[in-house]
Ligand binder design. Structure first.
Ligand SMILES: CC(C)(COP(=O)(O)OP(=O)(O)OC[C@H]1O[C@@H](n2cnc3c(N)ncnc32)[C@H](O)[C@@H]1OP(=O)(O)O)[C@@H](O)C(=O)NCCC(=O)NCCS
Length: 167
């Protein structure tokens, strides 16, 4: 396989690259239920929050460019959810379909297992067939759909919930 960058823990200097990936998706797709691009300060706060709560942020970087990132965090804040995480994986739109997402999700699952989590939840816009297929290849199963819970680009959006129970 062609070497497509290094996978590593994100550092502060990677956050601008992460922000660019997210802001592209916010403005061009329904992958995120957000309307406005985020600021660098907001994304740095997100990163600090992950670090303070011992949640990972990982990146694939090639020649200083962030090609993709992955992370997870609390699924819901109440204490009895403590063994369940919700994750995200985003790959720069010019680098989709090259195995970068696969490397990131594989690593996130390994980290979740290492940290003793029991379930991973993917919350995916139902139009995002690529992401649903992507998660299926890792053994995530569709649990259900929430109808018309989002509204973006002048239309209602459905959410698909997928779950992986970690052995
Ligand atoms: C979804 C996403 C993370 C996948 O990452 P990627 O690097 O493009 O995917 P990979 O090349 O690692 O693909 C891994 C597998 O996922 C599946 N897959 C990925 N993208 C797919 C697509 N668009 N359609 C169908 N299957 C897809 C394939 O089964 C693929 O396996 P294969 O290479 O053996 O065919 C990426 O396309 C992305 O960032 N999309 C936009 C943001 C997003 O939707 N993030 C997820 C939010 S829930």
């Amino acid at each position: 396989m062609v070497h497509k960058g290094n996978i590593k823990r994100a550092e502060k200097s990677d956050i601008l690259g992460i922000l660019e990936i997210l802001n592209y998706e916010i403005t061009h797709s329904t992958a995120l239920y957000e309307y406005e691009p985020r600021s660098l300060a907001q994304q740095l706060d997100w990163f600090m929050d992950k670090q303070e709560n011992n949640f990972p942020v990982i990146v694939v970087v090639k020649e200083g460019k962030v090609l993709g990132f992955g992370s997870f965090g609390a699924f819901r804040p109440r204490p009895a959810y403590r063994f369940t995480v919700e994750h995200s994986v985003y790959v720069h739109h010019e680098f989709h379909g090259q195995g970068i997402g696969k490397r990131l999700l594989k690593q996130l699952i390994a980290l979740a297992k290492e940290d003793g989590y029991h379930s991973m939840i993917a919350v995916i816009d139902s139009l995002n067939a690529g992401s649903i297929q992507f998660h299926t290849t890792f053994g995530f199963v569709e649990i259900g759909q929430l109808r018309e819970v989002g509204y973006k680009f002048d239309r209602w959006l459905d959410l698909t919930l997928m779950q992986l129970r970690i052995e």
